[in-house]
Ligand binder design. Structure first.
Ligand SMILES: C[S@@+](CC[C@H](N)C(=O)[O-])C[C@H]1O[C@@H](n2cnc3c(N)ncnc32)[C@H](O)[C@@H]1O
Length: 381
């Protein structure tokens, strides 16, 4: 039976005064306060479980998985407001990109030997730290990453001769693959991670790598300070906007780098929940200031860009990607344990195992229909 608009209004009013359920941003002050209080409890429980594990509590993976598999669907479906651990997760913050220094230290400038083994490192597909596409029958991670890049090339309508900016280019995997497919494309990659840039600088000396051609330019720098003298025909950004706190400013900046008829392709982790989410655990140990924007929020930032198409990528693709990374991490750990993690290597291992196992379950929960990735094709407004 269709819900009438009066019915919807009444439901909206009930939800406004009811704590915990629905969109936290539409709550009355009392319901808002009660929801924030309950969130504190969820935050404490999450940290208690996580820190017990990373400090050595022996729990079989199956128990950890069962815990995530039972809690996450309930939280995603009914109580997404409890998944916003801090006020800042719910709204735009001042900086374009948040906590860049901490983020590089904790997450991106980790030993390359460990990341190469975990993410995979092949002649054409370099480490790629974002969703692979499995749903079209890829047999392994290398193929699945290649299929994801092919899919993005098609959606962004890359043409031979384009000059492309990869905003947050990782280890240069996407630029290398695009350059291999188009003989006249030029790519500029921007990244703040010194270790990832060192990896690309090595490839730029390797005649086997497409990054060694003069069609690739590397810019080591912060998204916050990025400036370019020339404009790009296409811009893409894959897996970076979970670090962006101010989408309005980021879009303004990117729009100023794009030619008048140019296109911008944004690929991010996204949730089909009313509000953005994050977690106290990932904020402290994995992605400082990381947040997962709501799928519907992105097209609403339409001052400088208009979303002309968008795609929801089912989370099962990311769950499988994380499962493969977890397997690689476990298989290689004894070989890479001696590397410098800045902390005790066994504690590091437990911090990362907790994160990887959690994300395997997180993206698979609700059949991948709530927590997945979003792709947005945009043009100038
Ligand atoms: C999840 S990785 C994705 C990398 C790559 N796009 C891929 O798909 O493999 C996020 C990337 O954003 C970069 N990044 C994060 N914050 C940044 C900042 N403030 N300035 C420049 N790069 C940043 C990281 O160094 C990393 O390369």
């Amino acid at each position: 039976m269709a819900v009438t608009s009066t019915g919807r209004d009444i439901l909206q009013q009930i939800l406004e005064h009811t704590p915990l359920v629905g969109d936290i941003r539409t709550k009355s002050p009392l319901a808002y306060g009660a929801t924030r209080g309950a969130t504190e409890v969820v935050n404490m429980l999450q940290m208690a479980v996580a820190e017990s594990y990373i400090n050595g509590l022996e729990v079989p993976d199956s128990v950890l998985r069962a815990l995530f598999d039972s809690c996450m669907p309930v939280l995603f479906k009914y109580f997404p407001a409890l998944l916003a651990p801090y006020e800042w997760v719910l709204q735009e913050t001042e900086q374009v990109a948040e906590g860049a220094k901490d983020l590089m230290k904790i997450q991106y400038d980790l030993p390359q030997g460990m990341l190469n083994r975990m993410l995979g490192d092949w002649p054409l597909i370099y480490p790629k730290y974002s969703m692979a596409l499995w749903e079209n029958g890829a047999a392994n991670l290398e193929q699945a990453q290649m299929q994801m890049i092919d899919d993005m090339i098609e959606k962004l309508e890359i043409q031979d001769g384009d000059h492309i900016l990869d905003f947050g280019c990782g280890w240069g995997c996407v630029p290398n693959y695009i350059l291999s497919r188009f003989p006249n494309v030029r790519v500029t990659g921007l990244n703040l991670s010194q270790h990832q840039c060192d990896y690309m600088r090595q490839k730029m000396q390797d005649p086997e790598s497409y990054l060694s051609s003069d069609r690739f330019t590397l810019v080591e720098g912060d998204l916050n300070a990025a400036r370019f003298s020339e404009k790009f025909d296409k811009i893409l950004s894959v897996g970076v906007f979970c670090h962006v706190g101010n989408i309005t400013q980021a879009f303004r900046k990117l729009a100023s780098f794009l030619t008048p008829g140019g296109k911008f392709f944004l690929h991010i982790i996204t949730v089909r929940t009313p509000n953005n989410i994050s977690s106290v655990y990932t904020h402290k140990y994995i992605f400082p200031h990381g947040r997962y924007w709501s799928f519907d929020a992105i097209p609403a930032f339409n001052q400088d860009f208009t979303t002309v198409k968008r795609w929801y990528m089912n989370g099962i693709n990311y769950s499988k990607t994380f499962a493969t990374w977890l397997q690689n991490f476990d298989d290689s750990y004894s070989d890479v344990r001696h590397l410098n993690y800045g902390i005790d290597p066994d504690k590091f291992r437990r911090i990362w195992r907790f994160y990887l196992i959690w994300f395997v379950c997180n993206f698979a929960s609700c059949d991948g229909e709530i927590n997945g990735n979003g792709q947005f094709l945009m043009v100038h407004s």
